[in-house]
Design a protein around this ligand. Sequence first.
Ligand code: TMP
Ligand code: ASP
Length: 239
Amino acid sequence: MEKKELLYEGKGKKIYSTNDEYVYIAEFKDDLTAFNALKKSQEDGKGALNCKITTELFKLLELNGIQTHLVEKLSDTELAIKKVDIIKIEVVVRNIATGSLTKRLAIDDGKELPFTLVEFYYKDDSLGDPIINDEHCLILNLVNDVKELDVLRAMGRKVNDILKPFFYEKGLTLVDFKLEFGKDKDGNIILADEISPDSCRFWDVKTKEKLDKDRFRQDIGNVKVAYEEVLRRILGENR
Ligand code: TMP
Ligand code: ASP
């Protein structure tokens, strides 16, 4: 596959066109950003770790009936992905209250939620990705109708139903995560972007140690060691 033009550069990935009009290449970067890129750093090897973790998790989701944009892993940091039109809604799924939820609503940090919470955020960096409801999504024309929002919610819950027990078996609590979806050439809504410690929160079941980007956000340190540990657990090496 031939890598052609750089189409888009986000905070964590670059997207290139290829000689196949329906296939793009996603290249995972070593850049680490937080708080809408107010805080920036670099971590050698982070891109490769997120590329591998995303590949493993997307394959697991595909096996369990979730369609994703993954075509194949091309190198340490590159995935061939299906071309999609990204839906500008960040779907956040939460099992335990932390992060912005605790700040916004004064819920105790670490409180297990009575049911899985699905939230929508408007994917717009210039606005700082504000939380939005169904009606905002329709007014902003982010989707065609409420049925599509129901699909996003259902897919978010299904991903949680697959990943939460998967990680629990590996000694990790899946606290919350963010998904992005896109429409493929046939108009199907499929899972896109990545699932990695950049976009999820993982806490060690026993020690409650944070093994995700909160280590960078909160200056805890050893970011790469934590991402390596998440990959090690995914690959089946439990503690
Ligand atoms: P939050 O508590 O900061 O709203 O984050 C919820 C989840 O979404 C958490 O797993 C981190 C992830 N996330 C992203 O992937 N990108 C973002 O821009 C933000 C704010 C959160
Ligand atoms: N994804 C955002 C950033 O990279 C915010 C965050 O993850 O904290 O700046």
